[in-house]
Design a protein around this ligand. Structure first.
Ligand code: V47
Length: 385
């Protein structure tokens, strides 16, 4: 770094050390290639250590993508299908319940449920899925439906967001994943997915979810047509909602995978870009407790490195993930519990199993499939809404 860059970086480091909030300009500066990635990473690592100690969280989870048929045609998506396409599918209740049984046998604490917006399936189909899974397998936490799906249910039912969320909660929805956020700035969003839930809708749905007592996650899809300004603008919009509600548990930066998408001419972001985005996210989102390095999309090695660049969580063992694997991800289909624990230990962190809402999981030593959730892993003021 030259003298000028060093001096500007020192200003930012002083702010971080003093726990002062970073600005839009600070965030954009941290993306400047002239700023050493190592230096940005070290600063993010300081914040990670301050917030979460020497720990790497994981969970035991599975995915359920009940249909890939979708009314939208997002340009970054390789998963969606038309109804008549041979690839198109929609799962039966029996297939869905089978997944619940398999998850229980594998000791899963969480099922991550997202899919397409199938124009022939009414709201009741989506609701029923939550209801039957929850009544048959009540111990599994159902983290389901992104804001994009909730927006679609609002349209289908002609009811309010609050009504939809309370209705789903009443049949067993436990929390919401962070998908569908992409990039909020309209200059980019309109190029990626002009028809689906807009930024206002995404933010408002998460706000309402927090108000009705559902914790949610948040994401950002990077490495396509956006610039540093759009990424930092996105992070600041999330930070503002978090100031208001405190309902986000974790932020997950999602690296774009171009294969089989309408943007397949673009190159996948580099590992260096992945690590910088992890670190900048940790630094900008001073009010979000956890940052997740989703190993499925980063690859195991980069996810391990990310634990020294601001991330404190690497998601779960994962089974049946389709969104990234359809887009060319070469990561394994799942990781065993031993593997996930080892990769966290190798990165110098203590592996701790958490449940979806960041409570420590205690497993029966004789039978690992039996477990209970204990105390929150977070400080009390962060753990409660
Ligand atoms: O919204 C879709 C992204 C998201 C591609 O909440 C793609 O714990 C890259 O949100 N290349 C869904 N990204 C996944 C998601 C998620 C993942 C893990 C954990 C959590 C959580 C949430 O995946 C979509 C979109 O932003 N996506 N296609 C693609 N080709």
């Amino acid at each position: 770094m030259n003298q000028e860059t060093k001096a500007r970086f020192r200003e930012i480091r002083d702010k971080v050390e003093a726990k002062e909030r970073l600005s839009l300009d600070d965030g954009i500066f941290l993306y400047d290639p002239a700023v050493s990635l190592q230096a940005v990473g070290e600063l993010a690592n300081l914040v990670r250590q301050r917030k979460n100690g020497n720990v790497g969280y994981y969970n035991i989870n599975t995915h359920l993508n009940p249909t890939n048929v979708c009314v939208y045609r997002c340009r970054f998506c390789a998963f969606r299908s038309d109804l008549r396409d041979p690839k198109g599918y929609a799962m039966s209740d029996e297939q869905i319940l089978d997944r619940g049984r398999e998850a229980t046998e594998n000791g899963c604490t969480e099922m991550h449920i997202v899919g397409g917006l199938h124009h022939q399936k009414p709201y009741e189909w989506y609701r029923n899925m939550i209801e039957i899974l929850h009544s048959e397998y009540p111990q599994i936490h159902l983290k389901g439906w992104t804001a994009v799906e909730i927006n679609w249910f609002e349209f289908q039912t002609k009811k309010s967001i609050q009504w939809v969320l309370e209705d789903l909660k009443s049949v067993g929805l436990g929390s919401m994943p962070g998908g569908g956020a992409e990039i909020f700035h309209p200059e980019v969003r309109d190029q990626l997915c002009e028809h689906k839930a807009n930024t206002h809708a995404w933010i408002n749905i998460h706000r309402t979810a927090h108000q009705v007592g559902l914790r949610t996650n948040c994401t950002m899809l990077y490495g396509h047509v956006e610039q540093a300004f759009h990424r930092i603008d996105h992070l600041i919009r999330l930070r503002e909602l978090q100031d208001e509600t405190g309902g986000f548990q974790v932020f997950i930066p999602l690296a774009f995978h171009p294969e089989n998408t309408k943007l397949s001419d673009l190159k996948k972001p580099s590992a260096l870009m992945d690590l910088r985005t992890m670190a900048v996210s940790r630094l900008m989102l001073d009010n979000v407790q956890h940052i997740k390095a989703y190993w499925i999309m980063l690859g195991v090695e980069t996810a391990q490195a990310a634990l020294a660049y601001g991330a404190d969580d690497i998601d779960g063992t994962v089974r049946h993930e389709l969104i990234y694997h359809d887009a060319g991800a070469t990561t394994p289909e799942f990781l065993s519990i031993d593997k996930i624990r080892n990769l966290i230990s190798e990165a110098g962190r203590e592996p701790i199993e958490r449940d979806t809402v960041y409570r420590r999981v205690h497993r029966d030593e004789q039978d690992f499939k039996k477990w209970t959730s204990g105390e929150s892993v977070d400080a009390p003021q962060v753990a409660t809404l």
